[in-house]
Write a protein that binds this ligand. Sequence first.
Ligand code: SF4
Length: 433
Amino acid sequence: MRVNLKSLGCRLNEAELETWAREFQDDGHRIVDDTDEADLLVFNSCAVTQDAVRKSRNLLRKACRANPGAKIVVSGCYASLNTEEAAALGVDLVIANTDKHRLVKIARERLSFPSMPAQATDPGESALFRLGRHRAFIKIQDGCRYRCTYCIVTVARGEERSRNPAKIVEEINRLHAQGIQEAVLTGVHLGGYGSDSGSTLTALIQTVLEQTAIPRLRLGSLEPWDIPESFVDLFDNPRLMPHLHLPLQSGSDTVLKRMARRCKTAEYRALVKRLRARVPDINLTTDVIAGFPGETESEWAETLAFVEAIGFGHIHVFSFSPRAGTAAAEMPSPVHGAIRKARSRTLHEVAERQKREFAARQLGRTLPVLWEGTRRTNGGDTLIFGYTPNYLKVGMPLSVEDGARLSYTISPAQLTVVADSGDYLRGQTALVP
Ligand code: SF4
């Protein structure tokens, strides 16, 4: 059978998609890029914002219209929170988040398609390569025990559940054997890993570094209150990438209180100081919400001042979007849409400047880059792009042929200049084979 897989939203959705792709392949089915030629469409939906819900619904409607002959399976947060609505769109199967680890099995049973091992697929071709991935997102846990007042994910994904460490190690070793050079540990609440099994994220990272040879281990988003003192010691191992995404959400303690966040600005500042003291070139990236209910001008000014004081390599700016089913959606004094927009714009400008400043501080350094693919820039250059350990995007002039040979490999590049777009750094190297 020809299977097409799509996901919207977070890295965890992508990690799940990669697992399903592998399972369908192991079942003898073929992963196809084109929805039109697919016999089965699998969609991992998202509900993190109202916009994501709209996109999920539209994508499903379009899929049902475009492929009347294909079977359609939907899972993910939109489908879990709106099961009947999703079913009424004409899909064949809705699988809730709590059952998504059994999606391939349930689909096989309920849609009665055959399992025909080792016949149809291209032997040995990694599902990830089929999906055009250069790093593997590895799901290590699901669910979250916290209730940040704006967050619908904790509602859609349920209680914390951790994967067995041996399974995680086995998966990373299998992907490395297929040529993958980087694994990214993902979850809903990464720091909650082991809360249901007597382990911890720190212990898991140590296990992965000891029992695998994957050259690069990266961490997905990590709540700032989940980083124990000993965590920084892990960075003594150069295979753990010096890049942490630590959602701040607001730089005002009174707003953080209304968000039910468990990290005050003083604690966040102390954590950043500790990390930078131990890992000088660490790239700290973050999420900030602009226009949270009740956010006054002075609270917003606190957020801007705090962001200026910390300095981030990248900031994901979110304009507050009330999500039905969250406490924040019921909160008084919503901030007017135009003000929310204006605050987001201001923060985008700050984010752009800080990103360039962080990139500029790396100039002259020679760093190992995991090369991905070549692309023509607006300026007409053909460059190969890839990422440094501290997650800086690098572009290097290279022919398409040489690019194909360098793709999926790690080699050093000297960082020469920040591109005009500020989106990447230009690199040069003499190591083209
Ligand atoms: S810790 Fe993260 S996943 Fe959990 S409720 Fe808060 S924002 Fe949502």
